[in-house]
Design a protein around this ligand. Structure first.
Ligand code: GLU
Length: 406
């Protein structure tokens, strides 16, 4: 098993050596400020009590309140949550929002729960955590398998417990009618595409370039939507049960319809079934991992044929794979830059809540595009200055911004 927290530490160490960063400050950044594990009792629909395990890791708040999502997944564990909170600190510095880094999770397969059970579990997480949260303390958001509805239950529970008049601002990614922001749903996928456009220009990908996307959640689907609209060919996609490929290109709404009807992407008409592993190794211009961590490893990196990798998942590439991509000259646009659009619009949502403002979708997406393209340019110039990878460039930029405030 590859430990994502060890990967995160090694990434920071590599970047800090290249730019000769202050060793004491780097040491401090390797360790989360605190993490907690809680038990959450839920009376299930059957009448039986079940205990769930929940986490929150608060990595660092030097640049602002701890900020980052909550993940519901059967494989969630403390080291994963710690790594994800660590990446949030650096992501927020790269995209330039005034937040630190945090992350939470619950060990659960939410697909096995009824709506009532899911609501009780979500409110239960807040009952155990509310003392360490707050609009200016720690601001969670959606992540894998968590939705606007879940954020709304959580914000409501926080309000019940604290009576804080700013309760809306303690969770972002809420539904539109409940204090959410226009454009938040699209933000991670669209933000990833704005970065992709800049990278495609830099590496001369054609306007009809082929893209394989691993994943079919919120991030993947909005990335696919805008990529197809802009003329790119999305030739393969997958969910946890497997993928489909058609080198002539896929149609998003038909894929969504098929998934809705059958519960999976596989057996989609006019496409060939493939495994998740095969998807990664397809002969495409760009590969976009948009699901979970540790999918590009020392085992398969040598077989990757894509000319560019855009990390929309957090932590999809292991240290060994990174080294192989560097040797093979395959640029990897790292998670802490490529998927920072989500938290960027989370900041816009938080700001609107705090100031009682409402921005239009055009305003939100226009600001996001400018801000994330600026982040890409900032990372690119550091990459060129140190003649290194995009990942090292992003870490150096972020570490410098965080250390300025230390
Ligand atoms: N879960 C998202 C991420 O990994 C968004 C976090 C947020 O909006 O706070 O970046």
């Amino acid at each position: 098993m590859i430990n994502p927290f060890e990967t995160a530490i090694k990434q920071l160490e590599e970047a800090s050596q290249i730019a000769n960063l202050d060793k004491n400050k780097i040491e401090r950044l390797k360790n989360p400020d605190r993490y907690v594990e809680v038990s959450i009792p839920v009376v299930m629909d059957s009448g039986k009590l079940q205990i769930f395990i929940g986490f929150r890791s608060q990595h660092n708040n030097i640049r602002g309140p701890y900020k980052g999502g909550i993940r519901y997944h059967q494989d969630v564990n403390l080291d994963e949550v710690k790594a994800l909170s660590f990446w949030m600190t650096f992501k927020n510095a790269v995209i330039g929002v005034p937040f630190g880094g945090g992350k939470g999770g619950i060990i659960v397969n939410p697909k096995e729960l009824s709506t009532t059970e899911l609501e009780k579990l979500s409110r239960g997480w807040v009952q155990k955590m509310y003392r360490i949260l707050g609009p200016e303390v720690d601001v969670p958001a959606p992540d894998v398998n968590t939705t606007g509805q879940i954020m709304d239950w959580m914000a409501d529970e926080y309000k019940n417990l604290t009576n804080d008049p700013k309760s809306q601002a303690v969770f972002t990614g809420k539904p539109l009618g409940c204090g959410g922001s226009e454009g938040r749903e699209e933000a991670t996928g669209f933000g990833g595409f704005y970065v992709f456009e800049e990278a495609a220009k830099k590496f001369n990908l054609s306007a009809r370039a082929t893209i394989a996307v691993q994943g079919f959640g919120n991030v993947a689907t909005f990335f696919i939507k805008i990529a197809i609209e802009k003329g790119y060919k999305v030739v393969a996609v997958s969910d946890s049960k497997g993928g489909v490929v058609n080198m002539a290109g896929l149609d998003l709404s038909r894929l969504q319809e098929h998934k809705k009807q059958t519960g999976a992407l596989k057996d989609f008409p006019d496409a060939k079934n493939i495994t998740n592993e095969e998807l990664l190794e397809l002969d495409v211009d760009a590969l976009v991992p948009a699901a979970l961590e540790n999918v590009l490893t020392g085992d398969n990196a040598g077989r990757i044929k894509a000319r560019l990798i855009l990390e929309l998942a957090n932590g999809p590439t292991t240290k060994e794979a990174d080294k192989i991509f560097q040797e093979k000259n395959i640029p990897v646009i790292p998670d802490i830059l490529a998927n920072s659009g989500g938290v960027c619009v989370s900041f816009y949502e938080w700001y609107q809540n705090m100031k009682h403002e409402t921005w239009s979708k055009e305003q939100v997406l226009g600001k996001l595009e400018k801000q994330i393209k600026k982040a890409f340019a900032d990372v690119s110039s550091i990459r060129e200055k140190y003649k290194t990878t995009f990942r090292n460039g992003a870490y150096i930029l972020a570490a410098q911004r965080i250390m300025e405030k230390m």
